[in-house]
Design a protein around this ligand. Sequence first.
Ligand code: ADP
Ligand code: MG
Length: 362
Amino acid sequence: MAKITLSNLAHSYFPKPTSEEDWALKEMNHVWNDGEAYALLGASGCGKSTLLNIISGLLEPSEGQILFGDTDVTHMTTTERNIAQVFQFPVVYDTMTVRENLAFPLKNRGAPADYIRQRVQTIGQMIGMEVELDHRARGLTADAKQKISLGRGMVREDVNAILFDEPLTVIDPHMKWALRTQLKELHQQFGHTMIYVTHDQTEALTFADKVVVMYDGRVVQMGTPEELFETPEHTFVGYFIGSPGMNVLRARVEGRRAALDNGEIGLAGAYPALDGKVEIGVRPEFVRLTDAPDGLPVNVRRVEDVGRHKIVRADYFGSPINVIVPEGHEIGADMTRVLFDPAHVNVYQNDWRVAPTGQEAA
Ligand code: ADP
Ligand code: MG
């Protein structure tokens, strides 16, 4: 196994890209640590499959290099890179049995028959198909075929990395949870580097040690679920992760204060002078509904009870502000103001987070 380095990597599907939009992947530099479980998260069309296929060797990048350890693998095939990949839709050999399908990658590499039998049994159990091992793949449901594809991806223990491209799309919801748990266990057991593409934040946050968030051909943040929650580096991360996502308001930031359209809030640190589009972001978890006179006045539009807590949908001079009210907290009719926890207010310039220059007390 090896760490994976992407060096000045960029990709366009056009032979002669002219504008920024022609690049499916904008130039990026990243290191993916050996043995970690990554989720590659982003909306449809942001470049997840393109990046995954470049890492696996199905696609050659227009620019830049991919290194496995110190070896440049940019021009090597998937087989040479020793990678297993599972796709969104099943890829199985219809004329073979489930067992033969699962054994295929091991047979191909000349593994001993005893080992193959044992390993196929283990994997068959993991994907919940041990009783169907001798059925032909033809005639099985799409769901079952996809489980075979997953099993084939996991069967080899000696791969450099296992890549999954939205592998649970055709799997029924109940089985999804079970398979995701299996993948996580497999990772803990064997410590393969795993990259799991999904557009579902719950899937990403439960599977991965590190979540890699993509937006419009760029990796906008690579971090632990906690980092993505506490300090979204880009407003997209704030919106996309969280339920509801981060509140974002236009602001003018000066030192330790942020002036909003109709009010002012305190910040936990001091900021340099900022130009361009300046915004503050605060997650609904760090907004408090209050009757205190120093709060920002809001119109409460709707209260949603989602069980664990309530979501208050409010409006501040035309800008939506969502508040999460913990279980057991009363929402009084006179609570028409909100307060932000300054330690959890982030400042953004042209959508990218700006770090405060000083955290010292005012
Ligand atoms: P995702 O997997 O995040 O949905 P993709 O990597 O498939 O995104 O696509 C990224 C962008 O590249 C999209 O704009 C898509 O239309 C474009 N694209 C993907 N595959 C091809 C292709 N084979 N030829 C041309 N454009 C493509
Ligand atoms: Mg895709």
